[in-house]
Write a protein that binds this ligand. Sequence first.
Ligand SMILES: [Zn+2]
Length: 497
Amino acid sequence: MRILIAELKQESNTFAPLTTIEDFKGFHLLFGNEVIEKLQGTNSEIAGFLNVLEAKNYDAIPIMAAFAVSGGPLNDETYEFLTSQLYAGIHSAGKIDGVLLALHGAMVSVSEFDADGAIIEKVREIVGADVPIMVTMDLHANITKRKIQNATTISGFRTCPHIDLIETGERAARMLCGILDGTSNPTMAWQKVPMVTPACKQIDFKPGPYRDLLQETIFLDTLGAIDSSAFTVQPWLDIPELGYGAIVITENNPSLARELTNRLAQKMWELRSDLVDTTLLSASSGIEKALKNPLGPVVLSDLADGTGAGSPGDSSTVLAALIQANPSQRCLVSVCDPEVALLAASIGVGGDISTKIGALRSYAFSNPTHITGTILRSGIEHFKFTQKGYNGMRVEMGLCAVLAIGEIRVLVTSLPAFTTDPAFYRCVDLEPTTAQIVIVKSHAQFQDSYDAIASEIIFLDTPGMSSDNIAQLPLTRIDRPLFPWDRDMVFDSGAVR
Ligand SMILES: [Zn+2]
C-alpha cells in the first residue's frame, strides 16, 4: 500500500499582521524525504502516521511538512506557493491508496476564509472519490461543510494545551489501515454548535467545564465511537461559519454516529455559560490587586497580546500601567521591540536609555510608551521549553535587552517569543519566583507551568488582537445568531440533522 503523508499547518488570527513564507521557514518547511528524516519520533501527527504505517509495512510517500506559529492570514503568494507544492507532489506520486493529511483547521488566507477546506477539496479532486483521505486537526479548528464533504474522516486533538499530536496521527492512520485492510468502514457525523468562548478557559489540566467537555469525547468511545472530537475554535476569526463543531466516527453505523454527535453538541451547548464565565481586570486594577497580595508572585496575563494566539507581543500597555503604579516590589514584563533591542546594544550594558517602546505591529490596538531606564543586559538570547509536550524545544528570542525602570525589569525581545514558560525570564537571569508581579502574554498554556509558582493568576482586559473580551472584537463576517453575542438564542442539537 502507498500512503501519501503531508502537513500544512498554521492557526490564523484574522486581526494579526499577515503570515509570509518566512514564518514557515522560521519553524519548518520540509519537502520529500526530509519530512521523515526531521519529523519521525517528534511530537507531531506525522510521527503518529509513520508509527502506524511502519507497523503495517505500508509505504509512506512524504510530500511536504509546513508549519508556522499562529499569526495573521497567509498572504496570497505564500498560500499559492505552499498549496501548489502540495498538489504538484500528489500529482507526481503515481498511484496511491490513501492520504494522511495534518492540517490545523483554522488557517485563513487573504483570499480564502476556509483555507483547510479548500485544500481538502482540491486533494479530493486530484485523488478521486475512492481514495480515503484521513485528516487530523487542532482542536481549535473551525469545522465547515467544505471540510466535511471532502474528508473521509477528521480527527482532532483531545488535550489543551495540546500534547497528544502523535496519538491523534495514530488514530487517523489506524482508521485508514482498517479501510485498506477491508476490516473497517468508518462512518462520520458532524454538527456545528453556534457558540464561541474565550481561550483562557480552554484548559484541561484543571477541573472545569472545558475538561468536562474533552472527557466527554473520550467517554463516547465507550458508547461505540471509534473516534470523536470537540472542536472549540478560537475567537479571533472574523469568518463565516465560525463556531464550535462536534464530530463522531463510528464503525459502519451512521445513525449511532449522528446520535453521539447530537449528544456531544448538546454537552457543548449546556456548558456554554460556564465556558464564557471569565473575569478580566483592567491593567491598573490588576496591578493594584497584585501589589497588595502578601503571598508573592502574582501572574498577570496580557492575553490580548498573546504570542501563541497570533499577536505580536509588542504591546506596552501593561508596561505603561506598571510605570504609572511605580511599584516598590520586583515586577517582570516583556515587550517585543527589535528597534529598542538594537538601541540598547548600541548604548551598551550599564548605560541609560530613553526611548519609546512597543506597538510596532499592534499600532491599531495600542500606543508606544516612553521609558527611561538603565540597560542591565544585551545580547542574542534563546530558551528551551521545560513544559510537557514541548520539553527541550528551543525558542529563539533574537537580540534582547533587559532594562531596569525602578523595580520593573523589562525583557525586550526582537522576536515575538512564547512567554508561557518561566524559562523565558530565567534565561536572562530574571527569576519569577522572587518577583511580586510576572506579566505573561498567553491564554492557556502558561497556566500549566505558572500554577506551581503563582499565588494568584489575573487575566487582563487590555486592547489587542487576541482579546478574550470577545464581545468587543470587531467581528463583521460571522454568521448570527451566535452565542455569546446572541445570549438568548435557542439551539436544539437533536433538531439540526
Ligand atoms: Zn490549538
